[in-house]
Ligand binder design. Sequence first.
Ligand SMILES: [Zn+2]
Length: 659
Amino acid sequence: MNPAENPFLSPSDLPYGLPPFQRIREEHYVPAFEQGMAEHLAEVAAIADNPERPTFENTIEALERAGALLDRVSAVFFNRASSDTTPGIQKIQQDVTPRLAKHADAVHLNAKLFARIRAVEAGGEEERWLLDRYLTDFTRAGALLDAADQERLRGLNERLSELATTFQQNLLADTNDRAVVVDEAAELDGLTEDAVRGLAETARERGLDGKHVITLVLPTGQPSLASLTDRSLRERVHTASIGRGAANAELIREMALLRRERARLLGYADHAEYVLADQTAGTTGAVTEMLAKLVPPAVANARREQAELEELAGHAVRPWDWAFYAEKAREARYDIDGARLRPYFELNAVLEKGVFYAATRLYGITFTERKDLAGYHPDVRVFEVFDSGGAPLGLFLGDFHARASKRGGAWMNSLVRQSALEGARPVVVNNLNIVKGEPTLMTFDEVNTMFHEFGHALHALFSDVRFPRFSGTAVPRDFVEYPSQVNEMWATHPEILANYAKHYETGEPMPQELVDRLLESQKFNQGFATVEYLAATLLDWAWHTEYSGEDPAAFETKALADVGVDLPAVPPRYRSTYFSHIWAGGYSAGYYSYIWSEVLDADTVEWFNENGGLLRENGDRFRRELLSKGGSVDPMAAFRAFRGRDPEITPLLARRGLL
Ligand SMILES: [Zn+2]
């Protein structure tokens, strides 16, 4: 292959190693993946066969440097596959993911290499920690198994990665297919004119001129349910939502069984135990115990909320009614409704005068839009980030808008990982799913999500580690949500909110009484929110601790009933067949992570509040002790260094009204 023809073959010459998106075409991916895997295997073989005595430098550090081409193409491809896919990309994904699983096995199951790693002696603290991670990675990947078991493991990994891709693609197709078509505009009563126009536009794009189409977002609860007055349309939207992924039922049965088989092959009782061994939680017992503590008070809160809503509604509240009456109750109690708030949350203002401004206040960093640098889609905006002294820090790409080619939800991706070893500075992307408008006005939830995802971005941008393996967000999954959740606190901080929440037409700041009610209303409906989250968490947990081949739908029903989170009016945030976090998103036996991280988050928010809040010295401390460390130290040690003690759960219980 000629490097002039395939832009992946040489390092990017753009600032910060930004991928040359304008030159990348679909036909470049497969050859780059193939050459990337071949080069990586050759590098690994050279390390394994090195006749010299194994040292940290010629083994671990050499492994850290290996696989540059494969890293380049993977980072670009998987971001693209999530945020702007095409039938061609999907086909490549289908083809390439099992081959990548096979490739990872070829590295981890290389006996000579493993023997060499075991013979290495590490000097400094970070080096010892890295060596320890390598030994753990290899052991968990099956390096200690005999040849026959390793062969079986390779087969399991390959099949599991195929199934994960199929799951995701089935779900994307089904989510698009199940969009609800509305014939009569009158049925849309309750939505704003803007929203109705958006639905008409979606219908036009689908060749359904004159109709309206309500597309589905990833979680069970659909945003339109809070506003639609037509109860039967609400039921249709809800039914479409919970019916998603029917084609995935057989697939998740197979995945759960294969994961269990793999865990047992590796010496663990089940998939959850296998996952937990490498998390800060440590044992499945620790997680079960924590969830058991949260369920009864959360369910009691949700039941109390339901009784209030039923009094307001004058009838039993079904799942498709909850958001609608909750919104009514919120309006009655706080005299606040979404339509009154949105004009104060214009996207650019939220981003630059909210999210960026908070980071400037806390960390002294500044942002300059680089219109000369292209993203992978016309909607992507590229910002250069400068450190407090003006030194270049990295690039931040914002891809905020929803489109049919983007999966649901919000997430952060690294396009280039920071590492001193390779002299690489970070390039990160935040993806959200905000419907574009003229201008784009956001809900407060979306504002909060923007702060959240930027918290992940900061974790990557502030990364100051030597080895790529430790870069930024490369921490255990039950720790990774912690910094992003902390960053949400600034969305409602009085000085930050006052800086960004201004009416998009008049420039007037949000009136103080509206601010007060917005803040007060944040505590509203917490029973529902906690229960729908816990129900999804406990489903994930059941699939990976108890499942043994039962009918998937029956298993789901029983799993929820067994732990007492089967409130008919509060369905799980995700049902099994569209729970992509656990089947295709790397959160298997890990959805508990959000609340596990929230313990650290709430405890940290308390620390900021006790120490004067929005101050440079506070931001600097959080950056120095926590954000900059990435995975280069034991995460709980970093937490203790920051907080000055072990985490306490009380702030979380107080926040969620569970005391
Ligand atoms: Zn997150």
